[in-house]
Design a protein around this ligand. Sequence first.
Ligand code: PRT
Ligand code: ZN
Length: 286
Amino acid sequence: MLTIAIQKSGRLSEDSLRLLADCGLRVPHSGSGKLKATVSGFPAELFFLRDDDIPQYVADGIADLGIVGQNVILEKGAKLHELQPLDFGKCRLSIALRNGTPYASPASLQGKRIATSYTNILKRWLDAQQVQAEIHEISGSVEIAPSVGLADAIFDIVSSGSTLLMNGLYEVETVLRSEAVLVASPKVQQDDAKRALVDALIFRMQAVHRSQRNKYILLNAPNEAIPAITRLLPGVKSPTILPLAESGWSSLHSVIAEDTFWEVLGQLKAAGAQGILVVPIEKMVV
Ligand code: PRT
Ligand code: ZN
C-alpha cells in the first residue's frame, strides 16, 4: 500500500483531494480531526499534515508520496524526487518594499531589514546577489512588518498581489516561482511493488492532466474542406471522419489543445467548418 501525504487544511487541500479523486482514489468523508484515511479505488492511505511537515515525512519514508508546494521543499532543503508538477498552488516568492521606497537593483537591499518566513531561500538568494541584509524570521502576517516598523522589506508568497497592495507594498524582485508538485521518497526507489504503484498513479495523473489541457471537437464540413480542416486538427493520430446523411458533407471529430483553441476556431470557420461543438474530455490516454 502507498502512503500519500497531503495538506490537512489550507490552500492545497481541496485541489489535492480533487486530483486524487479524478485519478480514482476515493477518500471517505473524513472528520476534520482525522490524521489518516484509507482510500478506495487504489491501494493507498492518506496522511493529512501541515504542509511544512510533508517534506520531512516523505524524505524519511514515513510517507511514500507527498503533494506540497516547491517553495516549502526548497525552504526545508529536503532531498526528494520531484515526480510531477501539478498545475495548482501557483505562486511566487518575492521581495516587496513600502510604496515610495526607491529600488534599483538587489544592491538597494544592502543593510536593510527583511521580514520573512522563508529565511533559507532568502539567505541563498541574498548570498548569490552578494548583498548583506538582516533577515527577520516571522511565522505569519509578514506583510504588516514594514508598517509596524519591524522591517524595511518583506520576502513572502504573492499570488494575485492584492495583499501587497492592501498593505502599501510593491514587488521589486521575484526570487522563485512555485507550484504544487508530487514528490516521492528516495526509499520508494528500493521497493519494486511500491514503484509499480507510483507508476500506476502517475499514469492516471497524466491522463487527468492531458484531459484538462485538451477538448474534444466535433464539426460538420463540406467534403472538399476536409483536407484543410484535417491539417488544422491533427488530433491524437488523425481525425475521425463520418459521412453525414446529407451527401457531400461529413462530420469530423478530433482533439484540440485548450491553449490554441480560440485561434484555431477562427481558422476552422474560415476553412468551411459549421456546427462546431467543443466538449470536455473526462480522461485521455494516448
Ligand atoms: O497550516 P499549514 O501550515 O498546512 O498551511 P500554511 O498556512 O502554511 O499554507 P497555505 O495553506 O496558506 O499555503 C499552502 C501553499 O499554497 C503554499 O506553501 C504555497 O505553495 C501555495 N500558495 C499559493 C500560497 C498562495 N498561493 C498564497 N497566495 N500560499 C500562501 N499564499 C498567501 C501569502 O502568504 C500571502 O499572505 O496569500 C497571500 C498573498 O496572496 P495574494 O493573492 O494577495 O497575492
Ligand atoms: Zn505551513
